[in-house]
Design a protein around this ligand. Structure first.
Ligand code: SF4
Length: 348
């Protein structure tokens, strides 16, 4: 096994064919930027960010739906913080607060339960956005809603699963030679979930942890395996081949696959999760949504999200669009590519 110093040296001095690796996890995007990983690599190794930030891939029509619900009588929309600044076609949840809508920020599902208990006459709509890891949290919430007979909380789901989006990226000619697979999602799904994709497209996947060192190791694993169908688990102390069976069972108990709309990618079959028919009374109307509007038409989030362009190639980057005044979803979240490029420009 090579020392980390040797891995660093090989990554820096690599002089083979140019390769592109994509990370599909917003947290990885943030850590790659924060640790200045790109500057530690040979110019022949390109890292691109994929559709791995749940907020960034949420379509404008979903935000519009939340805004509409927030203005309904005796209704309150509840969400985790990042979503508050994502614009729909015109406004975001932050804007609606002063315009007759009601939206509350929560930090954990417990917060929405206490809100609902205090105001039994109000209907609370939880914006259920995220990937497999977060789906387990919403499944847990569903279990509690049923156990404690709480009927004034509903979910508006925009939950997504990762493999169909990776398949979309592979099929749409983005020229990716390997994927840094998301460590957090893989804790739930297990590393074997990437095997069929790896074999179908003849490319390696390396499941990575979240430190700079772990990311460098994953990049090196991919570099050694270019052109080979291989799944490498570089996060073995947290991820197993089969994943967290209990979480998978819980998710399957309440949710079922559905087509989902991804910002930048469009509708992808079986890439979402919706509440099962028997739990329709907890659903706030999450029928399929499509990307139908964009706050700023010059925003190029769609291309950034699939690695076709880097954020700096967007004409609004750093000028009109900054973290304080985001024009697109990729600049909102700390996990968004544009946000990370902006904040960590010097490290790059
Ligand atoms: Fe969209 Fe802003 Fe990124 Fe441009 S810089 S793609 S406007 S988020």
């Amino acid at each position: 096994m090579l020392s980390l110093d040797e891995i660093r040296k090989r990554l820096k001095e690599y002089d083979g064919i140019p390769v592109s690796f994509m990370e599909v996890c917003g947290t990885h995007t943030g850590e790659i930027a924060r640790n200045g990983i790109v500057s530690m690599l040979s110019p022949k190794i390109r890292l691109v960010s994929g559709p791995g930030c749940p907020v960034c891939v949420t379509v404008a029509s979903y935000i519009d739906r939340l805004l509409k619900l927030s203005c309904r009588e005796r209704t309150c929309v509840v969400s985790f913080g990042d979503l508050f600044r994502v614009k729909g076609s015109r406004l975001c949840l932050n804007d609606i607060r002063g315009r007759g809508g009601r939206a509350e920020m929560v930090y954990a599902p417990e917060n929405i339960i206490s809100l609902a208990e205090k105001e039994p006459e109000t209907e609370f709509i939880f914006a259920a956005v995220g990937f497999e890891t977060t789906a387990a949290v919403y499944a847990d919430l569903m279990e509690r809603l049923i156990a404690f007979k709480i009927r004034n909380i509903k979910l508006l789901t925009a939950l997504k699963v990762m493999p169909p989006a990776i398949q979309w990226v592979c099929e749409n000619g983005s020229g990716i030679d390997g994927f840094i697979a998301p460590g957090n999602v893989s804790v739930v799904t297990g590393s074997e979930i990437y095997r069929p994709l790896s074999e179908q497209f003849g490319i390696p996947f390396a499941v990575a942890g979240f430190s700079g060192e772990e990311l460098l190791i994953a990049v090196y694993s991919l570099l050694k395996s270019v052109g080979k169908p291989k799944v490498i688990n570089d996060y073995p102390y947290a991820v197993t081949e089969e994943g967290n069976r209990m979480a998978q069972k819980k998710i399957a108990a309440y949710f079922e696959p559905c087509a989902a709309a991804w910002r930048g990618l469009g509708m992808i079959a079986d890439s979402g999760l919706k509440l099962k028919r028997e739990y329709a009374c907890f659903d706030a109307g999450s029928e399929s949504l499509c990307e139908d509007a964009q706050y700023n038409p010059s925003c190029r989030c769609a291309e950034v999200l699939v690695g076709k362009i880097s954020p700096t190639q967007c004409p609004l980057f750093g000028t009109v669009c900054q973290p304080q005044n985001p024009q697109g979803a990729c600049m909102v979240s700390t996990e968004g590519s544009c946000h990370n490029w902006f904040v960590n420009r010097r490290k790059r």
